[in-house]
Design a protein around this ligand. Sequence first.
Ligand code: ADP
Ligand code: ZN
Ligand code: ZN
Length: 837
Amino acid sequence: MSKNIEIMYSNGVNLSSVVAAEPTGGYQTETSQNQWIEVLVDCPGCSDLFIYRLPAQLEIKPGDILSVPFGTQQVGAVAIRLLAQPNIDIPLDKIREVEDVVSRGFFPPHYWELLNRVAAYYYTPLMQVIRVALPPGLLGRSQRRLRLTSWGKAEIPPILNPTAQKILELLQKQASGDYSYYYIQQKVKAAYRGTRELLRLGLVESYLEPPRLTQPKLQKAVTLLDNEGDLTPRQKEIVEVLRRRGGELWQSELLQICSTSTSTLKALVEKGCIVIEEREILRREQNPLVAGDQAKSLTLAQSQALATIQSLQGFTQVLLHGVTGSGKTEVYLQAIAPLLQQGKSALVLVPEIGLTPQLTDRFSARFGKKVSVYHSALSDGERYDTWRQMLTGEPQVIIGTRSAIFAPLPNLGLIILDEEHDSSFKQDTPIPTYHARSVAQWRAELENCPLILGSATPSLESWISFSTSETNPIPPTYYLSLPERINSRPLPPVEIIDMRQELQAGNRSIFSRPLQTALQELQDKKQQGILFIHRRGHSTFVSCRSCGYVLECPHCDVSLAYHHSEEGAPQLLRCHYCNYGRSHPQNCPECGSPYLKFFGSGTQRVAQELNRQFPNLRLIRFDSDTTRTKGAHRTLLTQFANGEADLLVGTQMLTKGLDLPQVTLVGVVAADGLLHLSDYRASERAFQTLTQVAGRAGRGEDPGRVIMQTYTPEHPVIEAVQKHDYQSFSTGELEQRQALNYPPYGRLILLRISSLDPIQVQNTAQIIATSLNRFADLEILGPAPASILRVANRYRWQILIKFPADALPNLPNWEEIRELCPASVSLTIDVDPINIM
Ligand code: ADP
Ligand code: ZN
Ligand code: ZN
């Protein structure tokens, strides 16, 4: 320990043992009694917090960007929290002082508290949380620089100490009076002291230059000045154009509008009539201009929901449960409008990028330029600029995916999670394995604003917490329902096709006869359809094509998964919860039929099949393969909306929020692919997905219909989807969850263990499981291999930990558990996992 401390003395003081979960000291914003500050050092490989002394003359707030001495360098740092007492036991005079504040108020006040909560709850070092929250490059290796102030540029400096003198001369010799601090350190010994003096005297200023990648983009702008001299008629014209456009234009635009040249503009500059300056332009993703749009007059249910939402004060939670096509989005829009007028901002989270173009267009049509999109598919520059646009504090609407929950809007008035049940709000990897809904709850609490969770098929977690809200009034929760579609349009009838009967009748095609007829008729009727294919890599299950029997684990209530191992290895069926395994049978254990089938045919195969059977049907494939390039979602959806195809063939992506009024037919090729996943959430997810995909039909004038193919028509999920019956589905499902103590009744933590070495990972998993067995109040399932045992040459095992949701159990010390892993084995702690396979 003492050796460790010695190293740390030279760097500030390392607090690695108290990172993240340490609640001591609280988050004080009053600076008067605080003399110490924890900072995050901007230095590659440093993920710990360090403590520094606050100089008397500096006022520092969390979120300020600082410059601190670190080892022999001066580096950038982010102020995290102020402390009245150093929370580590070392001589006070060993703690070094913050040198300066480089940039103030970079983050909104509660921002760091939110990040700390995420770090603590998900057992993740704070630095990892910051990596998720901040745009890439913001905390990269930013460069500290020194430049002369105008006072420093003046020739006669006061009497300086020799180092200060040297630095000043160095800077004065450089044309722009600006050098990186690193360079100055190379040139002048003990530059630190000299710099302090120059800073104190106001001869130089220090600043942090953002890393190259994300430098602001500059463009020339022309500004009109007041003094009109003696101008030629041509010059007068240009001045007039500028005046009419508000006195300022980008140079490129002005040149274009006036069909003139830069030399003409130069002449105007020389006459003192205009100035041309480099200006920063913000690279925000450009939305194509959309026609203005007025608020719709609301239905009764919508206006009741809106009235409740507008009456909310402070931190409250709303579940907006509206069937597909009931007009939830219109409620969001009208809830946001008055907030913008009050100078507040709103954050709207959506599950996937696939659905943002349409939704974004609806928001842009209503709120114009106040809407920005923020998601990980933006370029680094765009993310960086959108970030700074948010930090301006101007009222705005941010629409984004999961990570946008960390959007640094200073004046947040409302958070909305649309399709709140969607599993893409959960991050599986890398850490922190956060759920945007949980983070949104914390954020709404910290910002003291309402949170709206919207869905046609609420997650059972939300459903249960809102339906029992009377016993749990803090924070206030509201259940709002939109039970009907707009204009009382009916929900589409759902026809269930028993594929076993199709086989008996001699139809071996993947399309049933009713679906074939419906596809055939699309073109004649000039209507459009959506064909949904469930495809998930290797998560195949095995079932009998003759009797529908699904091979299940005798110890757990889940289906067995086909195990994908090396070529030539025996075919195995395995349970991913308890590791029960058996060989793959030749014949169906139930009826003896040899037609055992792996499910999971992808969109590509289905598209080929469509082309073969329906050569005239024009189709567009809409899945992660065809939407990889930027803007592809929008292009494909626009083509489809323009009637350039009859059928949209795709995966999960098309279940989410698409509002295409001309779609009348929805086909589901094999509902079974969703039903028998080896996961306790399979039923819930299947119900949600199938209900959502069915909800794409009949949203416009023409009535819709849904054709759903399955080998198990009697499955409770299929029956509930057919009747559009959320209530009875959730009641039955919750009973099963309660019996087995699964969420939302119990909580889960999944340990994912992986290594290149198959033996070592298995042994480590065993050792960890044994050590966890000490905890009497934890139920340990496994260790078991992950369903795809090997990914990118890594072998993966997992351990599932189950414990009661209400009582905080005696949880292990995760650092101790981590220490059980040899260097070659990595461990991820997934808190509240969604994907267990
Ligand atoms: P949801 O999000 O609940 O699936 P949407 O908000 O997409 O439903 O609404 C479905 C359709 O009904 C959209 O085309 C929308 O423009 C339209 N709509 C919503 N509210 C109204 C209203 N009050 N009057 C007329 N049309 C509406
Ligand atoms: Zn069978
Ligand atoms: Zn099992």
